[in-house]
Design a protein around this ligand. Structure first.
Ligand SMILES: *Cc1c(COP(=O)(O)O)cnc(C)c1O
Length: 365
């Protein structure tokens, strides 16, 4: 650390030097934006959800139910588990962070694939833990053998992102369970299934009926993606009662606000809305990916509401050009670009934008 005097309070040097989470880009003023950078659901919320929000807004002088009782029971019943096996949080990112805080202290290790979700390095560092990043295989899938081999007596958690953000590929259940069986039972396995609803086939998710046999597993889901409530911040996780209790202990008190609790209940009841929005997104993904592949773009397998352009050194330039033209896509400098599936018009704009480039590059035609 430099000896240069800093203004103000002492901040942990490992936190002060941490790059902040990079949110989806914003376009310059006057340019209409096609926002395909944050994996949001492009459809408007169900009318019943908006009605709930209006109704609860009138009682917002009151604190929310700190134990999130109704929503916890509703989520538990929906998935066929006990309320003691469910924790709700201020987004699933908050739950991932609370869980790590409960498990790891300075010097402990967290193993996760890379590239993967940008929040992992931040929550690991915030917990004081050391990140052990295992590079993806050439087809952009998790290197599960290397991840299992990276577990040491300092490892407290191993994160699986399924489907993986930003690459979109998925691990089937047999492979996932064979991997979990290789991890020592004292090490937690976080299965981040933020996009599970887009994977129509249940053979590509953790089977919650297996939870009693795996007291070291936490499965994370969210209302932010398929359920379309990204702005409200509600996530949930499933696990053994002991682990769930630890997550609740480290959670911010009253972390899930009253409007979010009520709106999530309504969203869960409106299954048809979610299902039809997911079908629409999946159909659009297939249409756009097929068109771009026809045009020569190399796009790895994807089952989520986004796809990946592994263009390496050209990624930063293509993403920057997108911002200038109002097509917001997420660049991962040196690696690739992630594109969210939007609505039909947004996707057509994206295809038009990419049509201005030689495939798999940021070279303008
Ligand atoms: C979007 C996303 C989440 C969800 O985060 P919330 O805090 O629930 O909005 C979690 N994990 C991954 C991999 C994601 O892409």
């Amino acid at each position: 650390m430099s000896s240069e005097k800093k203004r103000g309070a002492y901040i942990r040097p490992d936190i002060e030097s941490l790059p902040a989470y990079v949110p989806g880009a914003r376009p310059p003023a006057g340019v209409t934006m096609t926002k395909l950078s944050s994996n949001e659901n492009p459809a408007e919320p169900a009318p019943a959800v908006v009605e709930t929000i209006h109704r609860v807004a009138e009682q917002i002088n009151r604190y929310p139910d700190m134990n999130v009782t109704d929503l916890t029971e509703t989520v538990a019943a929906h998935y066929g588990v006990e309320p003691a096996n469910v924790a709700l949080g201020n987004g699933s990112v908050a739950l991932l962070s609370h869980a790590l805080t409960a498990l790891a202290i300075m010097g402990d290790e967290v193993v996760y694939p890379w590239r993967s979700f940008e929040a992992y390095p931040i929550i690991a560092q915030a917990a004081g833990a050391t990140s052990v990043r295992i590079p993806l295989l050439e087809d952009f899938s998790h290197d599960l053998d290397a991840m299992a081999a990276a577990v040491t007596d300092k490892t407290r958690a191993v994160i699986v992102c399924n489907p993986n953000n930003p690459t979109g590929n998925v691990i089937d259940r047999d492979t996932l369970m064979a991997f979990i069986d290789k991890i020592p039972p004292t090490v937690a396995v976080f299965v981040d299934e933020a996009y599970q609803e887009y994977v129509a086939d249940p053979r590509y998710a953790f089977d919650l009926a297996d939870l009693p046999r795996y007291p070291n597993v936490l499965v994370f889901r969210t209302f932010s993606k398929a359920y379309g409530l990204a702005g409200l911040r509600v996530g949930y996780c499933f696990g053994d009662a002991r682990l769930i209790s630890a997550v609740r202990t480290t959670s911010t008190p009253f972390g899930v606000n009253a409007i979010a609790q009520a709106a999530a209940m309504t969203a869960l009841a409106e299954q048809d809305v979610m299902t039809s929005q997911v079908e629409e997104a999946n159909a659009e993904r297939e249409r756009v990916v097929a068109k771009l592949r026809d045009d020569g773009w190399n796009i790895p397998q994807t089952v989520a509401n986004f796809f990946y352009l592994p263009i390496g050194e050209d990624a930063a330039q293509l993403a920057a050009d997108g911002v200038a033209e109002g097509v917001l896509i997420r660049g991962y400098p040196g690696d690739g670009v992630r594109v969210t599936v939007g609505n039909r018009a947004e996707n057509n704009r994206l295809v038009e934008f990419l049509g201005g480039y030689a495939p798999n590059s940021s070279t303008r035609r």
